[in-house]
Design a protein around this ligand. Structure first.
Ligand code: SF4
Length: 351
């Protein structure tokens, strides 16, 4: 991959309170206190406003082979698709719920889809709406990344997934951990607002390894970070592994909120799989402040196989009732506007 190697980025993390093993393992009264502190921290920074974005899942082709994902290239049983830019544009222009301020365009690592679908879609959205635009498309070349930015995307979502380099290699996560984190730093120097993320409860990950995720997240130039519960995916090498506990995932989210009061932390849809019925709302009550409405056309959704075919789709009604049930309301400001205001573009420092 021909992009500059970033050795260091002049970036100064501001840790309010670093998580402890006791917090991540907390139960009963201690857990309740942790979540209450996280919620109070989120309310102090963001008030009762929760960001609401839409997501379209553009392509399920992927050149990577992550063991925790059903779209890995070795899964030959999956029907692969690339959506058409015009179809997605029509959905986003005509069927977009009013509460949405940003669109996230997401795909497996598929440069063809980026060129043929994502860039035209971003250009059209930019020309006809004032939506903020984020992309989650993996590690792309500098040229393609810059084309996306020139088209109008300003937020890059790129998860480091896990902070232990050996486990990262064993699980065939994209490239090496060093390449991934260097790419994140390089994106920051290019002016992207970056949100990253990690997986809680991966097989082979103890509490110390979980704490490593926080150390790495805090060292990166991020504006947000997600915590996704490990869900054993169909047709993956981890299909028979044990799923992450909802409680560990929520404790990680709460600890992350306390560590970084300023970060935008999403409630991920997989909380519904880890905790059917209550997981998503409990995420909002543990300090999350971003919800995502799935706008992928129905005929494609089933094949966007992060975990299982029986997806729990977060539609407008489910999102709005979760926000309302936690005493909040959708934000009228977009994520892109927030990040533009709070921009801290780090300087590139190379060897
Ligand atoms: S997690 Fe992302 S990069 Fe890894 S196989 Fe799935 S879609 Fe590809």
């Amino acid at each position: 991959m021909n992009y500059p190697t970033v050795i260091q980025v002049d970036y100064h993390p501001s840790v309010a309170q670093f998580p402890t093993a006791q917090q991540l393992e907390s139960q009963s009264r201690f857990q309740q206190e942790l979540h209450e502190t996280a919620l109070a921290t989120a309310r102090k920074t963001f008030g009762r406003e929760v960001y609401v974005r839409g997501v379209v899942e553009v392509s399920n082709y992927c050149r990577e082979n992550c063991h925790y994902c059903g779209m890995r290239r070795s899964n030959r049983g999956l029907d692969r698709y690339r959506a058409e830019a015009d179809t997605l544009l029509r959905v986003l222009l005509e069927e977009r719920p009013q509460c949405i301020t940003d669109i996230n365009i997401q795909a497996g690592e598929d440069p063809v889809a980026v060129r043929e679908v994502v860039i035209p879609l971003v250009r059209s959205l930019k020309a006809s709406t004032n939506l903020g635009i984020s992309v989650c498309l993996g590690t792309l070349s500098p040229d393609l990344t810059r084309e996306l930015q020139e088209a109008g995307a300003s937020i890059y979502i790129i998860k480091f997934e896990l902070a232990n380099p050996n486990l990262y290699r064993d699980l065939e996560a994209p490239g090496t951990l060093e390449e991934r984190t260097n790419h994140i730093r390089w994106l920051a120097t290019e002016g992207w607002a970056i949100s990253s993320g990690f997986i809680a409860g991966l097989p082979g990950q103890d509490t110390e390894a979980a704490l490593e995720n926080f150390r790495l997240a805090d060292s990166l130039p991020l504006v947000g970070c997600s915590v996704s519960p490990f869900i054993p995916g169909d047709a993956t090498p981890l299909a028979s592994a044990t799923a992450a506990s909802l409680e560990l995932t929520l404790n990680c989210m709460a600890a992350l909120r306390i560590m970084r009061p300023d970060w935008v932390i999403p409630a991920v849809s997989a909380l519904n799989l880890a905790g059917p019925g209550s997981g998503y709302q409990r995420g909002l009550l543990a300090g999350a402040n971003l919800c995502t409405i799935n706008l992928t056309p129905e005929n494609l959704r089933e094949d966007y196989l992060l975990y299982r075919k029986d997806r729990f789709i977060m539609n407008e009604e489910r999102i709005l009732s979760a926000i309302q049930a936690t005493g909040c309301q959708p934000s009228s400001t977009s994520l892109a506007q927030r990040y533009a205001r709070h921009s801290t573009r780090p300087e590139l420092v190379t060897a």
